[in-house]
Design a protein around this ligand. Structure first.
Ligand code: COA
Length: 458
């Protein structure tokens, strides 16, 4: 486990660098900040933040698209949680590959469900043209970004764009569809086709600035509301725009002061060496004061469920390692009934699979659990805690059933059938099937921010 965590840290450090050295040098020579620097300056200094899917596109596209070319972060601006989506122009001109689209849409989904204002830091050449056929025509393709913006705007979830580089073709609609737009003078451009295309199509020579630079959009077209002198200035203007937003809806619950677990979370590493660690021992290292008010479950099952607090947030929680029996499925459904009635968020830690000899009774119980999860009115946050398969996986950990966030420990592995080889966790996270692989020792920190994000979502 420790080796896997070290490997994860090394891969994340490499992904954090962004594109090739020459591209980063060219970017800096233009007076531009890198996406992580931009995000850091936008967010409140020192406040915790949650980066989504930092290993998106890992091992894909010849390894040339670190983090999927788009940085997605949940963090605070003037104390308010926002969702930042920042193109990395050092990665193939900030263009969108199919996985970049998926990551962007997932961040928007998280923002929509949790009512987080969105900040788009745009610096993108639009679609990565050689792969355009894989990300244009369908429902969950590029156009969905604009649909999401329109719907969030209409639902009162603020949409703010900071144009810090190229917004070409599809990328032009991101600022154009935002509620409020900042553009950097002589750096940000918004147009459907750039100067080379204009030349090819009409023979006209025009500079990018004259075609769709800051001056054009702040003074002529009206697409931009604020003209900034530099990245730094633009980010100050964006912070001030967020400060001036009306307050969002009231919170669903009030957290208590957080308490550390009585057992050291460091010990999770050795505990998780086993594919089926004792569920009570795992929870003891995750819950505030290691305190759980448990529900009675079938004896002998490696599972626990009950009520507790995580980083001060009241939660209904369950941990399950091993086979999900009919009785367990029904007991979990009962826990979710109570969570729904009491308006408590649900947190699951599961490495579970269906029984090998699944009986009709199991199918009925599992269907009851699936239905319960699918119709929850409260947020469910899942941590895939190890090998996870079949209906048990779908019910306890999957995006398909509507989990608000899905994180995975580095020993996670997912398959439809437990006898099949599971998807490698790195492959799972690369394809944005989860919101990030996390060091088990950081689980409370990650859940704290995820729970805080869901608190205002309704
Ligand atoms: N599709 C595929 N690759 C693209 C691309 C696109 N839309 N836009 C840029 N790239 C690639 C370049 O080929 C280059 O690749 P390389 O590093 O392997 O040589 C890399 O991205 C960087 O592009 P470059 O032009 O060298 O960088 P730049 O910072 O000077 O300019 C852009 C970046 C985005 C402003 C510029 O490349 C551009 O205008 N691209 C075309 C945008 C467009 O017409 N998009 C239409 C989408 S529907």
């Amino acid at each position: 486990m420790a080796i896997r965590v070290d490997e994860l840290m090394a891969l994340e450090a490499r992904a954090r660098l962004g594109g090739p050295e020459e591209a980063r040098a060219k970017h800096a020579e233009r007076g531009k900040l890198l996406p992580r620097e931009r995000t850091q300056r936008l967010l409140d200094p020192g406040a915790p933040l949650l980066e989504l899917s930092p290993l998106a596109a890992h091992g894909m596209y010849g390894g040339e698209v670190p983090s999927g070319g788009v940085l997605c972060v949940i963090g605070r601006v003037h104390g308010r949680l926002v969702c930042v989506m920042a193109n990395d122009a050092t990665v193939k001109g900030g263009t969108y590959h199919p996985v970049s689209v998926k990551k962007h849409l997932r961040a928007q989904e998280i923002a929509r469900k949790n009512r987080l204002p969105c900040v788009y830091m745009v610096d993108s050449g639009g679609a990565f043209l050689p792969l355009q056929s894989e990300m244009f025509a369908d429902r969950e393709h590029g156009g969905r970004m604009f649909f999401n913006q329109a719907r969030m705007s209409a639902a009162g979830v603020p949409q703010l764009a900071v144009v810090m580089g190229s917004c070409t073709a599809g990328g032009a609609y991101v600022p154009a569809m935002s509620d409020e737009v900042v553009i950097v003078r002589e750096q940000g451009t918004i147009f459907l086709a750039g100067p080379p295309l204009v030349l090819a199509a009409t023979g006209e020579r025009v500079t990018a600035e004259d075609l769709g630079g800051g001056d054009v959009h702040a003074r002529v077209s009206g697409v931009a509301d604020h003209l900034a002198d530099s990245d730094e200035h633009a980010l100050e203007l964006a912070r001030s725009a967020i400060e001036n937003l009306p307050a969002g809806p009231g919170p669903l619950w009030t957290p208590a002061p957080p308490r550390k677990p009585a057992y050291d979370p460091e010990e999770l590493l050795s505990l998780l060496e086993s594919p089926a660690p004792p569920a009570t021992e795992v929870l003891a290292r995750l819950l505030d004061a290691s305190d759980l008010a448990p529900l009675q479950l079938e004896s002998g099952a490696n599972a626990v469920a009950g009520f507790a607090r995580i980083a001060g947030h009241p939660v209904a929680v369950l941990a399950a390692f091993g086979v999900l029996s009919s009785d367990l499925a029904l007991a979990f459904a009962r826990l979710l009934d109570l969570a729904d009635e009491r308006r408590l968020p649900v947190v699951t830690f599961a490495a579970a699979c269906d029984p090998g000899d699944a009986t009709p009774a199991y199918a009925t119980a599992a269907a009851r659990l699936l239905k319960r999860v699918a119709t929850l009115r409260v947020p469910l946050i899942a941590v895939i805690a190890g090998p996870s398969a079949g209906c048990a996986h779908l019910a306890l950990s999957a995006r398909a059933l509507g989990a608000r966030f899905v994180f995975a420990w580095p020993t996670a592995g997912v398959s439809a059938d437990p006898s099949a080889a599971p998807i490698d966790p790195l492959d799972h996270t690369a394809r944005v099937f989860d919101d990030g692989l996390i060091d088990p020792r950081r689980t409370r920190e990650v859940l704290s921010l995820a729970l805080e994000a869901t608190r205002h979502g309704g």
